[in-house]
Design a protein around this ligand. Sequence first.
Ligand SMILES: Cc1cc2nc3c(=O)[nH]c(=O)nc-3n(C[C@H](O)[C@H](O)[C@H](O)COP(=O)(O)OP(=O)(O)OC[C@H]3O[C@@H](n4cnc5c(N)ncnc54)[C@H](O)[C@@H]3O)c2cc1C
Length: 391
Amino acid sequence: MGTEYEVIVVGAGMMGSAAARHLTRMGRKVALIGPGEPAAPASHTGVFASHYDAARITRALDANADWSRLAIESMDRYADIATEGQRTFHHPVGVLMAGPERGPRSSFIDDNMRVALRNRVAFEALSGPELAVRFPYFDFPEGIIAMHEARGAGHINPRELVAAQMAAAAAGGADLYPTEALRIEETAGGVVVHCADGTQYGAQKVIVACGAFCNADGLLPEPLPLTVFARTIAFFELPEAEATRLKQMPSVLYRPLEDGIEPYILPPVRYPDGRHYIKIGGDPVDVVLETVQDMKDWFRSGGNRDVGDAQADVLLRLMPGLGHTALTYGACVTSFSPSGKPLIFNQTDRITALAAGCGAAAKSSDEIGRLGALAACGEPLPADLYESDFR
Ligand SMILES: Cc1cc2nc3c(=O)[nH]c(=O)nc-3n(C[C@H](O)[C@H](O)[C@H](O)COP(=O)(O)OP(=O)(O)OC[C@H]3O[C@@H](n4cnc5c(N)ncnc54)[C@H](O)[C@@H]3O)c2cc1C
């Protein structure tokens, strides 16, 4: 087996597809290996991904300067990716970051303000009465203030972003192989990726960007320090008129006054079934998934109804006038590193790890993919932009 490619990216998800596009822009001969979305998740036996959805919040506001910077760099390139990939995925309806003005839980707003000033993120601070006038469909309790990021923030369609990245990578010369990698073999001259459909491909370098599945047997020489959590999300289906009434609604991240669910809420979005849904996430408990089998079982389960019902209660308290019909649930996973930042580093001279979205990487996946491409090409990560070395 020769090294027909300079770099193979394993995992056609949010980070991997971005890395593949950046590698083609850097003039590399690239292959992107990874299966598409399963048609029947409940009976699917292969791997899953964390981007099978129509909406992820995007924002430059963040309590952490590196995450804010990763988002700023990515958001700056959304328009180019949409043009190159010929897909619309960005919906800049704005974001509200709401939390206690005073007391021990005020650090959410304090940290976001500090980072916004440092990274020059434009926002408007809104007190309680102003919030009620500007966003009358929310009923925030007294003591809550908000930061409103209007420019560029809102939500992205993660499926469409991945599709755009893949189309742009293919247009740049990348070969796409929709199959699972079973084993990565390091040889004297390079790497060989052995796939589930019986094919194998050789390259000088490989990037492993398999999301929560990075630690599956046979992929990386050393397991990554990833903690994978089960996550449930609840979807309220909205009648057409209600979706129209809430057309201007921003995405929301909310730290309530008391302990419990810290929700994030997506405004009405049209899903592939043609219906509008408003989505709420934020889990009251952290359930760790230890094995690949646990993860597959969780994805197939469709989520935890008790968690979904608790999320629905939170949403209806915040939006008491919400007119809705059915309530459904979804299952997803988030994978965290010990530092709470993505992992982007070379495990060996030939194998780069690109993982740990920490529940926040969809919006920033283009910049994370770019850093993965730099690492694989032996180039330094930009230390002037980031405090973390992403190891
Ligand atoms: C419920 C939920 C809500 C979220 N909300 C937000 C949000 O609002 N904003 C935000 O910015 N982020 C959000 N995130 C986080 C974001 O979706 C993830 O950080 C992001 O999807 C991680 O990208 P990734 O490329 O690491 O993994 P994935 O997107 O999961 O991609 C991994 C890819 O690897 C492939 N793969 C796995 N194993 C193999 C193999 N053996 N061979 C080949 N391919 C393989 C999979 O098929 C998949 O395509 C949310 C996550 C969840 C679960």
